[in-house]
Design a protein around this ligand. Sequence first.
Ligand SMILES: [Zn+2]
Ligand SMILES: [Zn+2]
Length: 362
Amino acid sequence: MRAVAVYPRKQEVKLIERPEPRIASATEVRIRMLEVGVCGTDKELCAFVYGTPPPGSDHFILGHESLGEVCEVGRDVKDLQPGDLVVGSVRLPCHDAACEACRNGTQDFCSTGNHREHGIKSLDGFMADFVVEDRAWLHVVPQSLREVAVLVEPLTIAEKAVHEAVRVQSRLPWKASGPRALVLGAGAVGLLGALKLIQEGYQTYIYSLLPAPNPSAAIAQFIGATYISSREVPVDEMAVHLDHIDLVYEALGAAQLAFDVLERLAPNGVFVFTGVPRAESLQPFNTASVIANLVLKNQAILGIVNSGRQAFVDAIRDLGIFHARWPGVLEAMITGRFPMEQFLDPVTGRAGGIKNIIRIAT
Ligand SMILES: [Zn+2]
Ligand SMILES: [Zn+2]
C-alpha cells in the first residue's frame, strides 16, 4: 500500500510502499483511509522541527486528522461493521500505572510525557491506504457527515478549549449575560472555534491578519461573527473592543499578535492558547506588566492540547449541529483536496487556503 513517510534523521519526506497492516488481535479494526487533513503540525513535522518514529523504525507515517471506513473487524468487535465511518484518536495513553490522566481515559492530560501520538510521536499516522487500530481509539461518525468529518479532529481542539475555558470562568461569582469571545486567527482551528463559541451563545469576533474580502471573512460573516483585520485595525485600536471580551481563543500560526492581545486582556478575562508559538517570531514583551495584570485583574491564561474521548464525542455531535445550522460552511472550510501523490503541495504550505485534505480513497 501507499503511505506518506517522514524520515527525521535523513530529513526526507516521501511516498513509500508498505505491506498492508493486518488485524493481529480480536479488538482491532482494519480501516480503509478516505481522507486525512493537513495542518501546521504536519508542516512542522515535514520541516523536521519535531516528530518521533515508532521504536525501532527510522520513519513514521504522517497524518493525524483522519477519516476512514471500516473494512474488517476483529472477532470481539461487536459494534462496528464494514462500511462504518470512523475517526481515530490521535493521542494514546502512556503505560505508567501511576499516570492518573492516562488511566482514566484523559490521556490529553498525561503527566509522564510518555503518551504516544499518531503521526507525531512514537506511532504511525493515518496518511496511508490502510490502518489497523484498536476499537478503543475509534470514534464512529454518521454517514451524513461523510464530506466534512475530516474536520472532527481539529474541532476537538475547540471543544476542549471552550470546555476548559467555561470551567475556569465558572470561578466568577456571576454568569456573564451575552458573553463575548475573541478568536485570534481565521484558519480552520480559528473558524471551528468561532462556530463552537457562537453555538455556546458567545458574541464572537475574529481577529486575523488578512483584510476582507477573503474566504475566512466570508465564512465569519455567514456565521454571524465580526471579522476584523489586524492590518486595518491595529491592536491598540482593537483594545476598545477588548475591554468587553470575556474569553480569548488563540488559534494563530504566528503568535506576536496573541501576546499583543494578552497584554490588553480585560479584567477577569481568560486567554486560551491552542497553539505553540514559534519562538523566533516573538518580540520581547513586558513580563512584569502581564503578571501584574494577571494578579490585579484576576486573569487566567490557559494552555490546552487535544484531546480525550469526550472531546471527540462532543466534536462529532457538534459537527452535525453546525452542518445543519450553517449549510455549506464546513464544506467551504475545505479549500483543497489533493491525491496522495501531491502531498507536498499542502504539507509544505504551497497550497494556501483554509484546510487542505489528502484524499486517499473515495
Ligand atoms: Zn492537526
Ligand atoms: Zn500518561
